[in-house]
Design a protein around this ligand. Structure first.
Ligand code: ADP
Ligand code: ZN
Length: 806
């Protein structure tokens, strides 16, 4: 067959692009990175041109034609496309799925193609006139698919002809453009709040109402009725009960709108401190394309350094990307960026609809927004003239994508910076070992060793839970007199307290005191967590929720015991012990609604919360000067997980949460409760000594070798049949061994072994891991990507540089 052909990536799990014929009419616009509408089986999809001059398809296969090309210039810049190709190669992911992760959903895949009428003049007779007449009847626009139905034949050809003479426009928009409703019903507590004693009287015979009341309190005093009903399972009767008692009312509230859109931002401090100025000098002279680690203790003013570096780039006509671990948890950072760059900023966050996301992408692509702030996927923002990429809190595991393509945004940022000649700034008070001691350490290290105003880092006191005097009457809660006294004192002085307990729910698990059996999820090999408000046994992996059994499923013993405390239990205890303190709880259960994080953190910032308790969510980058005490209720929750990074995670969490204390003139202190005071993660965190920790941890990673001393690829096999999965894992290990010996690769094969979480959502899980240098690992990834693509049951996933081996 003759003519021109284009290779087109489609958002499907297939290894190779599809080949299409390029019709003459589209020939001049078919360039790399352009969006095209193509026929796929019986439907039309939007894909991306990878190669506009591809080979003809092999044999007698007849290539179908490209149907349309909606934009000019192409959506993807050449360097973004090369970044995608790097990801696909390095992580062993199909290029189509990689591009799918890169582009906003609304821009391709099952998008709608909409034709708009421009002019009818001069078009007479036939299909073209019929199409224009149809458009006119429809008020000027309609989808290509609907037009095809009206004409009784596919409409692409006629659309293309009309497009060329300028009679119509064509745009691709998200399949779903249904807008959110503008208002919603919210149940809000009244101003007058009963004390705990009064509550006992008021709610005597209405325990559900008390639960609802307390759930509302935990949610910051108000919550959408839909959330209370659908997620927390409170009935209408219970809600009416609170209203009848005058304790709450239902209000029609404007649906919470994007607070980032309205926030005018926080103005930055006016002058740099000498260490900040020195760090900036270091960035100025950093060669383009290279990375610098900004290693600054908590409260050292890293943000201002980022902002100033970006300001200089923008002044020189360039653009910038700021990555944050989770946008909801870092409103202060976003606000500070807004404060400097105002309308130049596009904030990309998960609550944007497909349409809003696509709009933001276009604004950035056209250069109408020069600075982009967002989580992981914002690393793909089509900023032109990219001058700076900032990765704030670079050690955070949330930068790693949990599905194909399993990319790490920090590492992608490094690749993109190199391709586009941008400077990469990796900021952290607790940098990852991967960054500090990995195969490509940052070109430069810039230190901010002191807090702003030379404030000291807060002293940390380690409370040994094995022998510390405990407060009686708090059940299973590890609650020492030292921590209790600290909280009482800080509250007494009108200061704020942060309490970290990295376990949500009420209690970690339910155990029979007679036979010892623990209630576990039927679909996952994990114990069920006890929740209150509503009372439920929940699986944190698959979302299963069931009633809390009265007696043991195994032996029938009548009384079951709760073990291990969670945030709900801590909250209940605190409410009883510090009845006048205004509490807020922040964990996955209180933050499931849009902007919930934002509301809680703003309340803390305005001084409306005295005691904020929560999971690791409260440890991230918050800057509240009135927080003088940080307490870690149980530092050991993640210390003994079977993962080589558990010590590093624990150190980072403790050092970060400790860094929230004493940021203002009143100073502050930190109390860490643990049963492992000798553990190096805890010892170094107590001294705020990240260098010390990194050095000791690195020696531990040498033998047996673990990243960053070696590279790691984890191949996970999963499926519904336990025996079949085990067998396939054995075959996978043999396949790896054979590959290693045939190609003489210097790699160690580990396993097969069951994953520590041996079953999730009814799928059994085994893994085989390979350790060694990047080059031979890359070879295995390439082979594995072809071999295991699209396998379903059992399925094999390739996780290169995994952040977790669970
Ligand atoms: P980090 O991210 O390093 O923990 P932040 O960037 O949050 O620290 O800065 C800590 C606090 O110091 C913030 O309240 C910030 O406004 C303030 N700050 C930073 N730089 C300066 C400066 N040059 N002058 C005065 N205050 C500053
Ligand atoms: Zn489960």
């Amino acid at each position: 067959m003759t003519g021109r052909f284009a290779a087109v990536a489609l958002p499907l799990p297939i290894a190779d692009p599809y080949t299409y014929r390029v019709p003459d009419t589209l020939a001049d616009r078919a360039v790399r990175g352009a969006r095209v509408v193509v026929p796929v089986r019986r439907q039309e999809l939007v894909g991306i041109v990878l190669d506009p001059d591809a080979d003809a398809p092999p044999g007698a296969v007849e290539a179908k034609p490209l149907l349309a090309m909606p934009d000019e210039p192409p959506v993807l810049t050449p360097s973004l496309l090369r970044t995608a190709e790097w990801i696909a190669g390095y992580y062993g992911a199909p290029i189509g799925l990689t591009l799918k992760a890169m582009l906003p959903g609304g821009l391709w895949g099952r998008s709608r193609a909409v034709v708009g009428l421009v002019a009818t003049a001069g078009i007479r007779g036939g299909q073209a006139a019929a199409a224009l007449a149809w458009l006119e009847r429809r008020g000027g626009e309609g989808t290509v698919a609907a037009l095809g139905r009206a004409l009784g034949r596919p409409a692409w050809e006629v659309v293309d002809r009309l497009l060329r003479v300028g009679a119509v426009t064509l745009r691709i928009e998200p399949a779903d453009t249904s807008a959110d409703r503008a208002t919603e019903r919210v149940l809000a507590l009244s101003e007058e709040r009963p004390t705990l004693l009064e509550r006992a009287r008021i709610f005597g015979r209405a325990p559900r109402q008390r639960q609802l009341y307390e759930a509302l309190e935990a949610l910051g005093g108000a919550s959408p009725v839909a959330h209370l009903r659908d997620r927390l399972k409170f009935g209408d009767g219970v809600m009416r009960g609170l209203v009848t008692r005058g304790l709450a009312s239902v209000v029609d509230a404007e649906r919470v709108r994007d607070p980032f859109a309205e926030d005018l931002g926080t103005p930055p401090p006016t002058a740099l401190t000498p260490p900040q100025a020195a760090a900036l000098d270091g960035l100025e002279t950093l060669p383009a394309g290279e990375a610098a680690l900004l290693f600054g203790v908590t409260g050292s003013g890293k943000t201002l350094v980022y902002l100033e570096a970006i300001r200089r780039a923008v002044a020189a006509g360039q653009g910038a990307i700021v990555l944050v671990p989770e946008i909801g948890l870092t409103p202060q950072t976003v606000s500070r960026v807004r404060g400097v760059f105002g309308d130049q900023v596009a904030v990309l966050h998960s609550a944007l609809s497909d349409g809003e996301r696509a709009d933001a992408w276009r604004l950035v692509r056209r250069g109408e927004r020069r600075v982009v702030v967002g989580a992981r996927s914002a690393v793909f923002a089509p900023v032109s003239g990219l001058g700076v990429i900032v990765v704030d809190e670079e050690h955070e595991a949330s930068y790693k994508n949990g599905e194909t393509p399993r990319y790490h945004a920090r590492d992608v940022a490094a690749v993109r910076a190199r391709l586009e000649g941008a400077r990469l700034i990796l900021g952290s008070a607790t940098p990852s070992l991967d960054t500090v001691a990995g195969p490509r350490p940052p070109e430069r290290r810039l230190a901010l060793p002191m807090r702003i105003g030379d404030r000291p880092l807060p002293p940390v006191e380690v409370v040994d839970l094995r022998d510390a005097p405990r407060v009686p009457g708090v059940g299973a809660l590890p609650w020492s007199e030292a921590l209790d006294g600290g909280v009482a004192e800080a509250l007494g002085r009108g200061e704020q307290v942060l309490l970290l307990l990295n376990r949500r729910g009420f209690a970690a698990f339910l155990q029979c005191p007679d036979c010892g059996v623990v209630a576990t999820c039927e679909r996952c090999s994990i114990s069920l967590t006890i929740h209150r408000n509503p009372s439920r046994l929940r699986c944190h992996y698959c979302g299963y929720a069931g009633a809390v059994p009265e007696d043991c499923a195994a032996c029938g013993h009548a009384v079951q015991r709760m073990r291990g405390v969670g945030t709900q239990q801590l909250e209940r205890m605190l409410a009883e012990r510090f009845p006048t303190a205004r509490l807020a709880r922040m964990d996955l259960d209180t933050t499931s609604t849009k902007w919930a994080h934002h509301r809680i953190l703003e309340a803390v910032g305005r001084g409306e919360v005295d005691l904020l308790l929560g999971t690791q969510m409260i440890a991230k980058g918050l800057d509240f000067p009135n927080v003088t005490l940080v307490g870690v209720v149980d530092a050991d929750t993640a210390l003994h997980l079977p993962d080589f990074r558990s010590a590093e995670r624990t150190f980072q969490l403790l050092a970060q949460v400790a860094g929230r204390a004493g940021r203002g003139p009143k100073g502050g202190r930190v109390l860490i409760q643990t049963r492992n005071p000798e553990h190096h993660a805890i010892r170094w965190a107590a001294r705020h000594d990240a260098e010390g920790f990194l050095a000791e941890e690195l020696t531990l990673r040498r033998s047996p070798p673990y990243p960053p001393v070696v590279g790691l690829v984890n191949l996970v096999v999963s499926g519904n049949d336990e025996v079949a999965v085990g067998r396939s894992a054995a075959r996978l290990a043999e396949w790896c061994e054979a590959l290693v010996s045939t190609h003489n690769l210097a790699l160690t094969v580990l396993g097969p072994a069951p994953c520590p979480l041996a079953r999730i959502k009814d799928r059994w899980r085994w893994h085989v891991a390979l350790k060694g240098d990047g080059r031979p690992l890359g070879q295995v990834v390439r082979y594995a990507a072809r071999r295991f693509l699209g396998t379903r049951d059992p399925r094999v996933i390739i996780d290169r540089d995994p952040v977790s081996l669970l």
